[in-house]
Design a protein around this ligand. Sequence first.
Ligand SMILES: CC(C)(COP(=O)(O)OP(=O)(O)OC[C@H]1O[C@@H](n2cnc3c(N)ncnc32)[C@H](O)[C@@H]1OP(=O)(O)O)[C@@H](O)C(=O)NCCC(=O)NCCS
Length: 155
Amino acid sequence: MPELTHRRANPADCRLLGALNLQLIQDEGHRNPMNELQLGKRMRDWMRRGDYAGRIFEENGEVVAYALFREVPDEIYLRHLFVVRHRRRQGIGRRAMGLLLGEVWPRGKRLVVEALCANTPAIAFWRAMGYRDYSLCLEILPEPRGEPASGPGPA
Ligand SMILES: CC(C)(COP(=O)(O)OP(=O)(O)OC[C@H]1O[C@@H](n2cnc3c(N)ncnc32)[C@H](O)[C@@H]1OP(=O)(O)O)[C@@H](O)C(=O)NCCC(=O)NCCS
């Protein structure tokens, strides 16, 4: 099995990260409407401001995954983990998490991820990585204008 190497993402990677972020949004079924260019700019701004750090994972010089996370004194919030589509279910996500835990992140902090309820593959992945269910976000979307509000009641 080829070695999975990792390096810090820098502003020069942000065009690529914007493209991968768009695929991540599509794959997880997120509502974010931003396009590839906008996502690349957002990445660049996040990194320049130090809001998030990125990590790029490569096999034989080919980018196979990236992670984006925010570290604060007592917590590490993993906002993105993405494995390229044609390499999924081959253990790359698991190995990337092993590298983050063993070589990038300090020990002793609370580790947090969020997942959309419909993104069942990712939820299975996070649970397999040791994350445990903690909170649930519920919502009522606004009605389109002109339509009566629907509330609790018979279907
Ligand atoms: C979630 C994601 C990062 C997993 O990466 P991966 O490299 O495919 O995962 P691995 O092959 O390392 O899987 C490790 C374990 O996670 C679980 N798992 C991973 N994908 C799964 C799936 N589709 N269904 C069920 N369990 C899954 C399994 O327990 C798996 O172990 P196994 O293969 O021995 O059964 C990848 O599917 C992905 O990039 N998805 C799109 C982006 C996304 O939703 N990211 C998370 C939200 S930010």
